[in-house]
Design a protein around this ligand. Sequence first.
Ligand SMILES: N[C@@H](CCC(=O)N[C@@H](CS)C(=O)NCC(=O)O)C(=O)O
Length: 219
Amino acid sequence: MKLYGAIASPYVARVVMYAKIKGVDLPLMEAPGGIKSPEYLKLNPIGKMPTLDVNGQGIGESTIICDYLEDVYPQKPGLPKDPIDRARSRLIARIVDLYIANAVSPLFRQVNPATRDAAVVEKAAAEIIKTFGYAEHAMSSGPFCVGATPTLGDCALSTSTRMMKVMLATGNFGIVDPTDSGRLATWWKAIEAHPDCGPVLAAYGEAFGGFMKMMAARK
Ligand SMILES: N[C@@H](CCC(=O)N[C@@H](CS)C(=O)NCC(=O)O)C(=O)O
């Protein structure tokens, strides 16, 4: 079993972190021929990373890959036991995919001040506050999303939070970071300090930061 993709992707980093918290050894490697090659598209016709290769069978979509790991390696769970908390953890991952990603991604093309559209930045600032609020609402007791250990929701939310933080720092937009205060700040501190999650966030942040610097310099 191996994972295809690059750590500069928050979706790849999500799966890498999930495998880590479950104690699953999951080698990460470059997609064979790249993610648009016929070889890769045979495994995952969506042509996005990550893809899990299980003896030549491809499984795409980060959360589905995490579900698969949960089914195959149930010994150290990546989801809480309590059904409501399980739902909360999954809900946070869904909120990231459906709402937070859409709130943050418009900033990609706004990091260069010379070509910036102020209206896009203003809208993103409001959407970021709103959608991180959805995630906060889904959290239960901490310090992690739902309880004393990180679960699926933490893996999804923390990697996308790191992405947002890198973008906010690169663009210097003056946008309020919702994880600077309250429950989200307590959560962020805990996840960054966690021995499995912190190093994944650092590796992702460094790789994605390099990419953002390139975007900032682009005319
Ligand atoms: N919903 C997918 C999103 C994956 C995704 O968007 N991956 C990006 C990298 S961050 C990608 O492969 N983009 C290449 C493309 O769209 O051509 C998941 O959860 O795995």
